[in-house]
Design a protein around this ligand. Structure first.
Ligand SMILES: C[S@@+](CC[C@H](N)C(=O)[O-])C[C@H]1O[C@@H](n2cnc3c(N)ncnc32)[C@H](O)[C@@H]1O
Length: 285
């Protein structure tokens, strides 16, 4: 099931490999603390591999979109009808300005978010330090908003999900025996200068990467199965998810980076899928 949103680092294409990494259906709660477009959850839920779920992200404006799709899809259609269609190019910056003025709640907000996601450059979501969305207009021949049926199917798949805004640390802490956790954080950058962590106004640095790896180990020792994605870099394999701490590498996918403005630099970049647990009750140092 395709997500409604385009999202940097979205896992629609890798979802089957990520599903395999869990080695079976989730008997407890599925946690996805970096939910983004919800591509992985939608894949798992539509195949009956997940029932109960907690989906979260630190981006409150994004989280509100998932809530509106779950709770008020008809209101969302009405709000989308009020947004520009044929004259979308002329009115892009007007809609962006209204979005930034808020309020960031309800169907009107969700409609603007989805509209900007389809009309803005490459589906990118980027904010400045003040939390202002500043993505320029995209160069599309026409505006393509998902069809009503697509919205209704996604809405149905979200009905049993708890959708919350929060930091990954709070969310992973709740995972216990029989639970599954999928973590898709902003990746460790490939070079010191190439640092795209601009999904919202707070950065995601190496300290956060370390904290996530530790949280994953702790959750695994509480009996959860945790799967994580990241760039395939020595620092990821040796420092963050080392095999001698119990991490296994279940796949080494290669995906095209879809973020670069320049088609030539959208080359294949190696990514890893790592898995850990479940181990049973034990303390982690
Ligand atoms: C690589 S994207 C996830 C993409 C998602 N798997 C998908 O398929 O669309 C990373 C997500 O982490 C979120 N994020 C960044 N820092 C975070 C934090 N400290 N806690 C929770 N979420 C965070 C971003 O808002 C972004 O949506």
């Amino acid at each position: 099931m395709k997500p409604l949103l385009k999202w940097a680092g979205g896992k629609a294409r890798l979802a089957p490999q990520i599903a395999d990494a869990f080695q079976g259906p989730c008997e407890g709660t599925f946690f996805e603390p970096f939910v983004g477009s919800a591509a992985v959850y939608l894949h798992l839920r539509s195949r009956g591999l997940v029932k109960k779920a907690v989906l979260s992200d630190a981006n409150d404006k994004l989280v509100e979109v998932h809530r509106v799709v779950r709770d008020d899809v008809e209101g969302l259609f009405a709000a989308l009808d009020d947004l520009p269609q044929d004259d979308w190019r002329d009115r892009y910056y007007e809609v962006r300005e209204t979005f930034n003025q808020g309020p960031c709640k309800g169907a009107a907000h969700a409609a603007r978010f989805l509209w900007l996601n389809r009309a803005g450059f490459n589906g990118l979501y980027r904010e400045n330090r003040k939390g202002i969305y500043n993505v320029p207009i995209g160069s599309y021949a026409r505006l393509s908003i998902p069809k009503a049926d697509h919205f209704r199917i996604v809405s149905e798949l979200l009905q049993d999900a708890e959708i919350i805004c929060g930091d990954f640390l709070e969310v992973i802490d709740a995972a216990r025996e029989d639970d599954h956790v999928y973590c898709d954080p902003p990746y460790v950058p490939l070079t010191k200068t190439a640092c795209f962590t601009g999904y919202h106004s707070s950065p995601f640095g190496f300290e956060e990467q370390r904290a996530l790896a530790l949280m994953a180990r702790k959750a695994a020792f509480r009996g959860a199965r945790v799967v994580l994605s990241n760039h395939d870099l020595p620092v990821v394999r040796n420092e963050l998810y080392p095999a001698d701490s119990g991490f296994r590498y279940v796949a080494k996918p290669r995906v095209a980076r879809a973020i670069s403005r320049n088609a030539a630099s959208r080359k294949k970049v190696a990514e890893v899928i790592a898995a850990i647990g479940p181990f049973g009750e034990q303390e982690v140092a």
